[in-house]
Design a protein around this ligand. Structure first.
Ligand code: ZN
Ligand code: ZN
Length: 257
């Protein structure tokens, strides 16, 4: 017997899947974005990466900050093992973490919380050091860092078949695919073209209350060759949405036929 709970989750899944397919041509992620009352905004970043990821983090933040729409500023850091493993989301900010999260099938994980009005309120990007052999390649480290952070602004993938668009938002191993390209910056211009009536990002240190839980994964709502999307209700009228970059050996290659 199918419970009401499952039916409700399926309805949520169907809605998200339909919206996402329509959105891929422009590679925004369901048009998710941070609410802002100004044309550009500064998004605070909490550095929860160990020293061996510092170079990739700062490179990625400086590259994304070249967008006219957003600036990224590290305003906090906690690289204790506990903080990196938990990677709790902080209201109004993004957090970037690395740890050995286990052989769970994902290499990178981007999670955003969407409020009841459809705006991003917080996000986390995690790099899974359990697959450290894959991360021996600096190109791959840069690619995954750049992509997981890019998801936190509402960007999706430019392709999901392994083809190269020379951006970190693709799934190729092209050495040119380690950074944002002009199309990504143009996409950010489009996503952040309008103004909202409130800000969903933190200004100053005002919003620092951490959510109690690590974002729940919920259910899988999309399966791609190299990626999956998961969604879970947040219990406050919003949802958590996740982009999973599958680890080597966990790709859904059967979809390539
Ligand atoms: Zn808006
Ligand atoms: Zn991704």
């Amino acid at each position: 017997m199918v419970s009401k709970h499952i039916l409700r989750q399926c309805a949520l899944a169907a809605t998200i899947a339909t919206v996402s397919i329509a959105a891929y041509a422009s590679h925004s992620w369901n048009n998710y974005h941070w609410a802002r009352t100004t044309s550009s905004f500064t998004l605070q970043v909490i550095d929860s990466v160990s020293s061996d990821w510092n170079d990739e983090l700062s490179l990625s933040l400086s590259q994304w900050s070249q967008s006219q729409k957003l600036d990224l500023q590290i305003t906090g850091s906690d690289d204790s093992t506990r903080a990196r493993k938990q990677c709790r989301a902080v209201a109004g900010k993004i957090k970037v973490c690395n740890a050995a999260y286990g052989f769970n099938g994902w290499l990178g994980l981007a999670s955003i919380n969407i409020d009841s009005q459809g705006h991003i309120t917080r996000g986390t990007a995690k790099m899974n050091d359990s697959y450290s052999s894959y991360f021996a390649s600096q190109d791959e480290r840069r690619h995954v860092m750049c992509q997981e952070v890019g998801h936190l602004f509402g960007l999706g993938h430019t392709s999901e078949d392994g083809s190269s668009q020379q951006t970190c938002m693709d799934y190729s191993t092209d050495p040119q695919s380690t950074a944002p390209n002009q199309h990504d910056y143009a996409q950010l211009e489009a996503i952040y073209n309008h103004l909202d009536s409130y800000n969903s990002y933190a200004i100053g240190a005002a919003l620092t209350a951490e959510s109690k839980d690590v974002p729940p994964m919920g259910i899988r709502v999309r399966k791609g060759v190299f990626d999956e999307m998961w969604a879970a209700p947040d219990g406050k009228g919003g949802i958590w949405v996740h982009h999973v970059t599958l680890a080597p050996g966990h790709e859904h290659t059967e979809l390539l036929d």
